[in-house]
Design a protein around this ligand. Structure first.
Ligand code: SF4
Length: 361
């Protein structure tokens, strides 16, 4: 697993520090630290005349990475890995839903780091694609939109993928969304069933389905791009064909429909035995749903499905969707000819409780 934290020697700081690590001293800005020496894992940087010392595994490239050092912490967060397309900022850990499969269960407190995250984004490589996730980022909508508006002006090349539960869009947001630039954001928004009661039960919030439908109308009016996301579970597997029908009829404007496998962490792990649907041995409802959506011209993608768990006919829509830092393969993958194309497994996948129908292709 790629380490998203780097050990840092203590600094006498009172506020969070955003630093871009540079190997070359050209065109330095106020947040740039320049590498002045390495000694094994120890890397020493000059930052505004002070020494900043990190301990990173040998061979890890840090040039142009952006890190955040918090007061009193012995490790820095790697907010931007310059050579990766899988950089995500955690906006908040608060959320107003309690989804059965949530991989990042909500917490009560919010640590406001919008100013720091905006600085970090402004230091990202050209054309970077940054994920914003939570919790529910739109619980802090005013600050989030203000950050996006500001970055739209200073870094119009950046694009964002924002995960949201779709419970907080209002009509007054349409103008703001248009000002930020609809082409700049892909909204990843979950819908688990076409049946109001089932969706509300899965996200554990009464009225969530209705509010979501209102939000889709607002996003449609704003011209926003939507990645509709549905996690397959035992609770909704049989309802997938009806959901495909609904998506094709009521939401044909979505950019794509991402149908996802369960992640074995957070509430997903807690509810694994009740919720994990082994689609490697029973793909029937999913296949019907894909066929219906495809016939309605809705682009479908499968996320988090190992390639060999998917019938041959549908493998072309199975994306290698698991972020590089949390991705791995199983021992039996060694002899597989599809290793390069396959999305593999989450680092925390437990094969003893997982897919029963896998094997090298
Ligand atoms: S054997 Fe491993 S690499 Fe091959 S398709 Fe299955 S999960 Fe992917």
């Amino acid at each position: 697993m790629i380490d998203l934290r780097i050990k840092v020697e203590p600094l006498p700081i009172e506020d969070p520090l955003i630093v871009r690590l540079r190997n070359e001293a050209d065109d330095l800005g106020p947040n740039d630290a320049i590498l002045i020496g390495t000694d094994g894992a120890r890397r020493e940087y000059d930052f505004q005349g002070f020494s900043l010392t990190l301990h990173a595994t040998d061979g890890v490239a840090l040039d142009n990475d952006v890190i955040m050092v918090l007061p009193g912490q012995a490790s820095a967060r790697r907010l931007i890995r310059a050579d990766s397309q899988h950089n995500t900022f955690l906006i908040t850990e608060q959320c107003d839903q309690l989804c059965l499969m949530c991989s990042q269960p909500p917490k009560k407190n919010h640590v406001d780091l919008f100013a720091e995250l905006e600085t970090a984004a402004s230091l990202a490589p050209t054309n970077a694609y940054i994920g914003l996730s939570g919790g529910e980022p739109l619980l802090h909508k005013k600050k989030l939109f203000s950050m996006l508006l500001s970055l739209a002006k200073t870094r119009p090349d950046l694009k964002f993928h924002i995960l949201s539960n779709g419970q907080h869009f209002d009509e007054v947001d349409i103008a703001t969304l248009q000002e930020i630039g609809p082409e700049r954001i892909l909204w990843g928004i979950p819908l688990y069933a076409a049946e109001e009661e089932l969706h509300d039960t899965i996200v554990k919030k009464q009225g969530a389905f209705d509010r979501l439908i209102q939000s889709f109308a607002i996003l449609f009016e704003a011209g926003a791009a939507i990645e509709l996301r549905t996690v397959v579970m035992r609770q909704n597997d049989v309802n997938l064909p009806a959901l495909a029908d609904f998506v094709g009829t009521a939401l044909p404007f979505v950019e794509r429909w991402a149908i996802m496998q369960l992640e074995n962490i957070g509430f997903g792990r807690m509810n694994w035995d009740l919720s994990f649907k082994d689609t490697s041995v029973d793909f029937d409802n999913l296949a019907r749903a894909i066929n219906i959506a495809t016939a309605r011209d809705v682009p479908v993608q499968l996320y988090n499905f190992p390639l060999c768990s998917v019938p041959v006919r549908y493998r072309r829509i199975a994306a290698a969707s698991i972020s590089d830092w949390k991705n791995r393969q199983e021992p039996f993958c060694t002899s597989c000819s599809a290793r390069q194309r396959c999305g593999g497994f989450f680092e925390w996948y437990d094969h003893r409780k997982g897919f029963r129908g896998l094997g090298p292709i």
